[in-house]
Design a protein around this ligand. Structure first.
Ligand SMILES: Nc1nc2c(ncn2[C@@H]2O[C@H](COP(=O)(O)OP(=O)(O)OP(=O)(O)O)[C@@H](O)[C@H]2O)c(=O)[nH]1
Ligand SMILES: [Mg+2]
Length: 264
């Protein structure tokens, strides 16, 4: 089965563009699928639109009555996916703002099934790229990815900040089992959770790959929810937490994994 996760916050302009494309791609695949959407306290027509899609396709809605941010939304989506998935199922997470084209899902899954735990849709692989991104934003994104590569090196990875990814369900189940509520610990720090997830998965031995992907920023209609200052603060906080010499994540979790420290 393929489980698709969609975090949605005020996406009424984009869902009518995304959902039909998503449905066509998923129905063309040999496996069954299920879509989990978290409506994170949207104040537009996102909620009504999702109810209508749920009548047409296997779609489950998780509802936050207030806006809780991407961290808590991701936590709820991944925990629900890990409950309903078998270990060999694929979990795909993509944005709802119509910048992540569903046509990349088959290649993500094909690569995942060739022996990876996480496969990332990457702008930086040959054949990848981005359309409609301003020079300023592209350089911020480049710099952020460089920062991440230096502080959190993961072999096989150039794209750290794109949330369009495929995960083997078993690696998510193992991560939730190992980290508990701390799998996504930095919940209030904007989009830091997107980076935290892969770093936490790397620490439990996940194998990473990438496939080329073109970010369609030219199709974005909804307002950006990315708070650059908060996310930058989050990345710095995470670098401290990870590298802190006395019980930082890198050493602390490695010890825990070796069973030298009992799990609390
Ligand atoms: N649930 C939830 N989803 C959010 C929140 N903020 C953003 N999202 C969703 O997370 C995804 C990514 O948000 P975007 O605004 O596209 O962020 P981005 O892709 O990093 O940057 P931009 O495309 O420039 O905005 C979208 O599907 C949003 O609907 C939030 O507070 N809660
Ligand atoms: Mg986006």
């Amino acid at each position: 089965m393929i489980v698709v996760l969609l975090p949605a916050y005020n996406e009424e302009e984009s869902l009518p563009a995304l959902m039909p494309k998503l449905r066509i791609v998923l129905e063309s695949m040999a496996e069954d699928y299920r879509v989990l959407v978290c409506d994170d306290g949207s104040r537009d027509h996102t909620g009504e639109q999702l109810l209508a899609y749920a009548k047409e396709m296997p779609l489950e809605i998780l509802d936050h009555s207030i806006n809780r941010g991407l961290g808590e939304t991701s936590r709820d989506l991944f925990e629900r996916a890990s409950e309903i998935a078998e270990k060999d199922d694929a979990i795909i997470r993509l944005d709802c703002d119509d910048t992540h084209e569903p046509e990349f899902i088959p290649t993500l899954i094909e690569k995942l099934r060739s022996g990876y735990d996480v496969v990332i849709a990457s702008r930086f692989e040959p054949g990848g790229g981005q359309m409609g991104v301003s020079g300023y934003r592209a350089s911020i994104s480049r710099a952020a990815n460089l920062f991440m590569k230096v502080f959190f090196p993961i072999s096989g990875l150039k794209e750290y900040s794109c949330g369009f990814r495929a995960y083997r369900a078993e690696i998510i189940q193992e991560a939730i089992d190992f980290y508990g509520n701390n799998f996504i610990q930095l919940k209030g720090l904007g989009f830091t959770c997107t980076l935290e997830k892969i770093v936490k998965l790397k620490m439990i031995g996940a194998k990473f790959g990438e496939v080329p992907f073109i970010l369609r920023y030219d199709q974005k209609q909804s307002a950006s929810k990315m708070v650059t200052s908060l996310t930058t603060y989050g990345y710095l906080t995470m670098a401290f937490l990870y590298h802190w010499p006395w019980g930082g994540w890198r050493t602390g979790y490695a010890k825990l994994r070796r069973g030298k420290v009992s799990k609390r």
